[in-house]
Each structure stands twice: as structure tokens, then as C-alpha cells.
Design a protein around this ligand. Structure first.
Ligand SMILES: CSC[C@H]1O[C@@H](n2cnc3c(O)ncnc32)[C@H](O)[C@@H]1O
Ligand SMILES: [Zn+2]
Length: 429
């Protein structure tokens, strides 16, 4: 199968490259050629006039089925929200609910330009089946909370996910181990997971230092910051680690993280809405720590539109540093693409538009009043575009949305399913 995108403004996101007008030829799952006036017959030609082609966005931290809980419980502190609302609601979810909730998130992600995501939840084989069917790219993690007594069963489920799904769906699905957070993972089970991850060369995805309450809890329990606690368990010794949040990291913590494999998913909208604080993104980047962007679950963020995260990330750092030159448009767009790909350990496959890479491409329609005139494309993409401006979404060479119509998801059926399921779930809380 060959797809030719003709006469489009191409933003490769390769560092230091500038946008240019040209064509992109996709053959099978990969980018075959990028250039001017490509003369090759194709099965489908997409006319990119007035559009920008850029790498699909990468959501580096998500809990996809939580879209079923979007708008159910807002304006609470994290622990109250989690313990009194989310956990009881999650206890009502069936595996089928998880499947439909994940699909609901995927519909929203595809429609707002996200092509890959990192997900941590329960009943992960349901999510894997949905990802395989829908055609997105995902890094899937069975979340592990060890404060209760069936941690062994959960770890067995994590192993099962990795053994059955890692590298499947034409390489679109990868997996990670998911100890949930420092405050839900005591030293012994955490060390066991780290050992497994190291032996199997599988990365680890974990929440870190999200709230002041977490800092206080870890100080009381272990007399350490959450970051120092993870360092002392050996987390960073041999593993690629995806850290979600990293809001409350001290200067010393950041120095401990320097040189780590992996990096931090910054989730600014969720942090803002739950009043968690402002992550020291600028400082972490200055120390060479990779920082990507995520939404967190839409149970907290209430949106999966990565263009909102891009705006929130740049504005927060400008304000925090009292300097509008901090996190300029191109750097923030890179966080949502190439840096995110590094966090998911898929930067050799996606994150930039380059010949030989997998074709995860979005087309953004700039023929709109709020996107004209075009002085600097990157500035419009970072500060003016929103998810609804995405016209076409391609993953692994396959079109998942064409002219805003989903190709692999029946939107009507999806909405019917999630309405009744969401109502039943929250009725039990
Ligand atoms: C055991 S699966 C993952 C688990 O994480 C919960 N969760 C969702 N958002 C957050 C957050 O911001 N911090 C910590 N934990 C979160 C989710 O409800 C699942 O139970
Ligand atoms: Zn989270």
C-alpha cells in the first residue's frame, strides 16, 4: 500500500530543520521518500494544500479507561479524588468497560493528533486488544499497587501482559512494568519488580512526586524524598524509567536523576487542575533530563488534547522563570513528539519525519481564521492550534482519521456504549 501526501508544509521536527513545502511518500508502514514533486503512483493521494504535516503527538502518561470517569469528580485534592472517587469507581469496572473506555480515549486522541501513548491501568489485555484493533501505537503497563495483599496476582498479570503483547500488532504495542508510585510500593516488592525489569530489559513506568502530601508521606515513612527513595531502591541503576509528573523534585533530586535512562512525563493540565504545583521542567532540561508531555487520565485532566498540554507547559515555565523566552515553540513541540518518543523508547521508530521511520503523521488544516496569517508555523502550532484542527491522522502508514472521520472506530456505537457503561459505573459509587 502506498500513500502520497502532496504539496504540504512539512515540519520534520528533526532538530534545527526548518519547515518546507514538499511531498511525503509512505510505503507500507514507513516513510519511503520526502521531497519535492515526488512522481510515483500511489493507492491514495492526500492533497496537503494549506496543511502542515508533522509527526504524530506522543502522550507520555495516560490511564485510558479513565475517560469513562471524565467530569464525574472534579475540584478535589488528588488523594481525596483518588481514594474516595476513582478507586471505588474503578472497582465497578468490568473488563468490557475497560475496553470501551480505552477506545473512547483512543477516539479522542486520534481526533486531536495523538498517535502514540503510554498507558498504566488494570485489565491491560482489554486495552491491548483495543489498541491492536484501532491501530494506534502504545506502551502498555499493568499498574502495581503493593499496599494490599494480592500484589503477587497483579505482578503475574504484569508478566502475562509483557509475555503476550510486547512487540505485537506489527510492533505498535510495547510494554513496561508499572509500580504505581513510591507511596504504594514498599522496598521489597519494588526491588523485585526492578530486578525483573532489569533481567527482561523491560522499562519501568511510575508516578513520582506529584503532590506535597506525597512528599510528607515519604518523609514520615522513609525520611527521604520520593526521588531519593527510588534511587536507593536501585530503580535507575539498570532500567529505562518513565517518571510521571516529577512536580516536587528538589535540586538534589534532579542531580540524582541526571544521566538517567528515560526521563519525565510532564502533565501540566492535570497538575494545574489538581493544584499539585509546577514541575521544574526548565531546570530538569538544563540538567539534560529528557522531558516529554502527557495528559494523565482524563478523570483528572478532563481532556486528552495534547495541544492544550503544549500551551500549558510553555506558559507555566515562562511564568515560573519570569522569562517569556523560556520553552519557545519549537522546544515545546519537540517535547510532544521526539522527547515523548524517547520516553517510550521508540525514538528509532517515530517522533520525527524521516525516511525509514514509521509513518506516524498528522495533517493540520491551517485554512482557518485563527490560524492565519502564517508568520511562524511553529508558533501557530504551539500557541494557536487545537486538537480540532487536526484533519488527518496516520499511524504505521495507515489512515486512522480522514477529514475528521474516524476510520477504525464506529463513533456512534462507541458513544452509545460509553454512555450506558459510565452511568452504571458511577451509580455504584
Ligand atoms: C493501578 S493502575 C493506575 C492507577 O493510577 C490511578 N491514578 C490516576 N491518576 C493518578 C494520579 O494522578 N496519581 C496517582 N494515581 C493516579 C488510577 O486511578 C489507577 O488506579
Ligand atoms: Zn497518572
Amino acid at each position: 500500500m502506498k500513500t502520497l501526501i502532496k504539496d504540504v508544509t512539512i515540519l520534520t521536527m528533526v532538530p534545527d530543520a526548518t519547515p518546507f513545502q514538499g511531498d511525503i511518500l509512505i510505503e507500507g508502514s514507513r516513510i519511503k521518500q520526502i521531497g519535492d514533486q515526488i512522481q510515483e503512483s500511489a493507492d491514495e493521494v492526500l492533497y496537503g494544500n494549506g496543511m502542515v504535516a508533522m509527526p504524530g503527538l506522543i502522550n507520555a502518561h495516560q490511564h485510558s479507561p479513565m475517560s469513562l470517569l471524565k467530569g464525574f469528580s472534579d475540584d478535589l485534592k488528588l488523594m481525596e479524588w483518588l481514594e474516595k472517587k476513582m478507586l471505588p469507581a474503578e472497582a465497578q469496572m468490568t473488563p468490557e468497560d475497560i475496553y470501551w473506555g480505552a477506545k473512547l480515549s483512543m477516539a479522542e486522541m486520534i481526533k486531536s493528533g495523538t498517535t502514540a501513548f503510554a498507558d498504566m491501568y488494570i485489565h491491560m489485555s482489554e486495552i491491548a486488544s483495543a489498541v491492536k484493533e484501532v491501530g494506534m501505537r502504545a506502551s502498555l503497563t499493568r499498574g502495581l499497587v503493593f499496599m494490599e495483599d494480592d500484589g503477587g496476582k497483579r505482578l503475574a498479570e504484569a508478566m502475562d501482559l509483557i509475555e503476550k503483547w510486547h512487540g505485537t500488532a506489527d510492533g505498535r504495542i510495547t510494554t513496561m512494568f508499572g509500580p504505581h508510585a513510591p507511596y504504594t510500593c514498599p522496598p521489597d516488592p519494588l526491588k523485585e519488580v526492578i530486578q525483573l525489569a532489569e533481567n527482561m530489559a523491560i522499562p519501568i513506568h511510575i508516578h513520582l512526586a506529584e503532590t506535597r502530601e506525597e512528599m510528607a508521606k515519604m518523609a514520615e515513612r522513609y525520611h527521604q524524598t520520593p526521588t531519593a527513595y527510588l534511587v536507593n531502591q536501585g530503580l535507575f541503576d539498570a532500567c529505562h524509567v518513565l517518571l510521571a509528573h516529577g512536580v516536587h523534585v528538589t535540586q538534589r533530586d534532579m542531580e540524582l536523576l541526571q544521566g538517567m535512562r528515560g526521563g519525565v512525563s510532564h502533565n501540566p493540565v492535570s497538575n494545574l487542575k489538581l493544584a499539585c504545583g509546577i514541575a521544574p521542567v526548565f531546570e530538569m532540561m538544563n540538567l539534560g533530563i529528557t522531558v516529554g508531555l502527557g495528559t494523565d487520565g482524563s478523570g483528572s485532566a478532563t481532556t486528552l488534547d495534547m495541544f492544550e498540554e503544549i500551551k500549558a507547559a510553555t506558559w507555566l515555565q515562562k511564568l515560573n522563570q519570569n522569562d517569556p523566552s523560556v520553552l519557545p515553540a519549537d522546544q515545546t513541540l519537540r517535547m510532544a513528539t521526539l522527547e515523548g518518543a524517547k520516553l517510550l523508547r521508540i525514538e528509532h521508530q517515530v517522533g520525527t519525519l524521516e525516511v525509514g521511520k514509521q509513518a506516524d503523521i498528522i495533517l493540520i488544516d491551517m485554512n482557518k481564521p485563527h490560524l492565519q496569517p502564517i508568520h511562524h508555523i511553529e508558533a501557530l502550532l504551539a500557541y494557536s492550534v487545537n486538537g480540532a484542527d487536526v484533519h488527518t491522522t496516520i499511524v504505521n502508514g495507515k489512515i486512522l482519521m480522514r477529514n475528521r472521520v474516524l476510520v477504525t472506530i464506529d463513533e456512534e456505537e462507541l458513544i452509545e456504549q460509553v454512555k450506558t457503561r459510565a452511568k452504571r459505573i458511577v451509580a455504584g459509587v
